[in-house]
Design a protein around this ligand. Structure first.
Ligand code: AMP
Length: 115
């Protein structure tokens, strides 16, 4: 049975979210605690808990995740100004939700390295 996570509930419409993009494989919605003017989470609909759980069979879904990030960045108008893609993994990575997702951050100058 498919794992139920907060993000599967958002994808299923059971938890409200500001969805900005949706297709067969991915859903993107605004982060509830935005760290920048544009802060969207791009989530593969099939649950991979974290990036280290992905295997060779997930190549297509992982590649599609980056292509979807670029598509959503264009849609939200940050493709020219620039943006950052982040995938947190595990405790030290600050991952809170065990459902692989990519943070798309933009709309302001982002510092590097992160604090
Ligand atoms: P991570 O720490 O990488 O697992 O990211 C989880 C993100 O989900 C955090 O940035 C949270 O602010 C965000 N988040 C938690 N609950 C919700 C929600 N109901 N809707 C949108 N974003 C959420």
């Amino acid at each position: 049975m498919e794992e139920r996570t907060l993000f599967t509930k958002i994808i299923a419409g059971e938890v409200p979210a500001d969805i900005v993009y949706d297709d067969n494989d991915y859903c993107a919605f605004r982060d509830i605690h935005p760290a920048s003017p544009v802060h969207v989470l791009i989530v593969p609909k099939r649950v991979i808990p974290k990036i280290t759980d992905a295997g060779p069979e997930d190549k297509e879904i992982l590649g599609g995740l980056l292509l979807t990030a670029a598509k959503v960045a264009r849609q939200l108008g940050v493709d020219e100004s620039g943006f950052r893609c982040v995938i947190n993994c595990g405790k030290d990575g600050g991952q809170e939700v065990p459902h692989l997702h990519l943070h798309l951050l933009g709309g302001r100058l982002l510092g590097w390295p992160p604090g």
